[in-house]
Write a protein that binds this ligand. Structure first.
Ligand code: F6P
Length: 328
């Protein structure tokens, strides 16, 4: 069997560990692997390289993706999709592993419907994919946010200030809630849940009166709409309101793409390795339209349709705990 592999959408720490696992499992099972560069763009342009065991040496600890990634508009057109299928056939590939998020899985589905065998591995720091508790990169990104929060808390407490930290997540608040809960944020504001800036300001004033002189507010980048437009910057809007209302010195930090890089954590390397190995097993067993997920603390297999169709929700309980821990 000849297996193709590509990474698509935003890169995520741990993608390299998954690539390594796919290549070495496939070689062990007697299959060949071909790396497709820059996601669906490389598929259309035929930018494809054979991957041997040594081509994935020394990448386990590296962030990013050795295959690179891109968002490809041409693949969204019927002509682009027909060309993609033609390329796969010309190359004699029989199966494809696609590592990425929702958009990448839609691409996988299109190829499935055209009769091509594909398996998806969830890779996005946003952790917003259904049918899996964790996607590759999320754990590392949350740890990066925690590191930033620890450092900011040092200076926040020295100056009695309020800090508003903006974190990624596209239109979801998974990173914000996870980091807020474990980093001790005074408030977490996410797009999915109604927030009340006036109530937060009142709580901060109460906290100051009882001797808590600094606060960290975590805001998700998608709070006010398109996370990638400058006009919708969450941190500036929240910071401005809280500063005026509380009369307290307020600073903002936008963590941005820092959250996408860095060496992957133990957890991301582990799930990436298990998912990569499982994806190959599925392809070799003739399975298609599947996504490898990690639920109930183990690797499980789901239909790609279910993974795309089911909306994962942030934990209301965890969000409530953030407030209880910070404001009692
Ligand atoms: O999906 C991952 C992510 O980092 C989001 O959190 C963020 O909104 C987006 O990608 C940024 O995209 P780009 O790298 O294209 O600016």
């Amino acid at each position: 069997m000849k297996i193709g592999i590509l990474t698509s959408g935003g890169d995520a720490p741990g993608m390299n560990a998954a690539i390594r696992a796919v290549v070495r499992t496939a070689l062990y099972r007697g299959a060949e692997v071909f790396g497709i560069k820059r996601g669906f763009s490389g598929l259309l342009s035929g930018d494809i390289v054979p991957l041997g065991s040594m081509s994935v040496a020394d990448i386990l600890h590296r962030g990013g993706t050795i295959l690179q990634s891109a968002r490809c508009l041409e693949f969204k057109t019927p002509e682009g999709q027909a060309k993609a299928k033609q390329q796969l056939e010309n190359l004699g590939l029989n199966g494809l592993v696609i590592i990425g998020g929702d958009g990448s899985f839609r691409g996988a589905q299109i190829l499935n419907k055209m009769g091509f065998q594909t398996v998806g591995i969830p890779g996005t720091i946003d952790n917003d994919i259904g049918c899996t508790d964790y996607s590759i990169g999320f754990d590392t990104a949350v740890n990066t946010v925690l590191d930033a929060m620890n450092k900011i808390r040092d200076t926040a407490s020295s100056h009695n200030r309020i800090y508003v930290i903006e974190v990624m997540g596209k239109n979801a608040g998974f990173i914000a809630v996870a980091a807020g809960l474990t980093g001790g944020a005074e408030a977490v504001l996410i797009p999915e849940v109604h927030y009340d800036l006036e109530a937060i300001a009142t709580q901060i004033i109460k906290n100051i009166e009882r001797g808590k002189s600094h606060s960290i507010l975590l805001v998700a980048e998608g709070l006010f709409g398109d996370p990638n437009s400058f006009e919708h910057s969450s941190a500036f809007k929240v910071g401005n309101y809280i500063s005026l209302r509380t009369g307290t010195d307020t600073r903002i930090t936008i963590l941005g793409h820092l959250q996408r890089g860095g060496t992957p954590t133990f957890f991301d390397r582990k799930i990436a390795t298990l998912m990569g190995a499982k994806a190959v097993e599925l392809l070799l067993n003739g399975e298609t339209e599947k996504m490898v997920g990690f639920t109930q603390n183990q690797i499980q297999v789901y239909d790609l349709d279910d993974a795309i169709g089911s909306k994962k929700t942030v934990s209301a309980h965890e969000l409530e705990l953030v407030s209880i821990m910070a404001n009692i």
